[in-house]
Design a protein around this ligand. Structure first.
Ligand SMILES: [Zn+2]
Length: 240
């Protein structure tokens, strides 16, 4: 069971900035009349939100690679949070409350419609039975359909040389949104979903999802989710 984003307080999962107004202050000693102005979220920590949803006490799970159910869920939640742009600071509301020393930051909440969509998608993710089902669900959620080249593929997490990943749309790759790329800087989950293909006897992995994540990493080898035909002979046949 995952925690709902609708009822979550994001106060310690985001960075909040604000200005303090003390005009007309007549307090003696410590000021107790300060007013908070322009309170806003400036940065969102998605890994913290994932831990909050999963009730994980440490970051250890995020550093490992998803092979077990909980790791698949970790990967899936990260995808869902990106699909609904939960990293966007403008989606949050910061409430102000009265404190002993004047106003203080109260609860930070996520836009209710976005929270509802994330909760619904997360509940469906939880019902998938393996990585292949989870990957198919996530791709349909993001793009609305599943590429024909993914039919009959099973997915596995695998470490591959970065240079073996081929990019089908280089122009698109060059025009990536930098804020999205930056949101993956601390990323330690699989960076891309690829399908195997043979290119003059060398195995290549054609990327179908994760352009931003691939662009954000500088590693020589990366964890990727690789789709292969269910029947391994199919690969050999294609090779001939
Ligand atoms: Zn004062």
């Amino acid at each position: 069971m995952l925690k709902s984003l609708r009822t979550m307080d994001f106060k310690y999962l985001v960075e909040v900035d604000y200005e303090t107004d003390r005009s007309g202050c007549t307090c003696e000693g410590i000021c107790r009349c300060s007013h908070i102005e322009n309170a806003r979220v400036t940065e969102v920590h998605l890994d913290g939100i994932i831990r909050g949803m999963m009730n994980h006490p440490t970051t250890k799970d995020l550093r490992d690679i998803p092979t077990t159910k909980s790791k698949i869920i970790t990967y899936g939640l990260d995808r869902i949070l990106h699909i609904y742009k939960v990293f966007d600071p403008s989606l949050y509301d910061v409430s102000i409350c009265g404190g002993y020393y004047g106003q203080e930051i109260g609860e930070v909440t996520l836009n209710a419609k976005v929270a509802e969509k994330v909760d619904a998608a997360a509940a469906k993710l939880l019902k998938t039975r393996n990585l292949t089902e989870a990957v198919r669900f996530l791709l349909v959620l993001e793009y609305g359909y599943l590429l024909e080249s993914l039919n009959g593929k099973t997915f596995r997490v695998q470490k591959v040389p970065r240079e073996s990943i081929t990019v089908g749309r280089p122009d698109y790759y060059r025009r990536l949104d930098r804020t999205v790329v930056d949101s993956y800087k601390q990323h330690c989950l699989p960076v891309a979903v690829c399908v195997t293909q043979f290119d003059s006897d060398k195995i290549r992995y054609r990327i179908i999802d994760g352009y931003h994540r691939l662009a954000a990493t500088e590693a020589k080898t990366v964890w990727a989710i690789i789709g292969r035909p269910r029947d391994p002979l199919q690969l050999v046949r294609k090779r001939k």
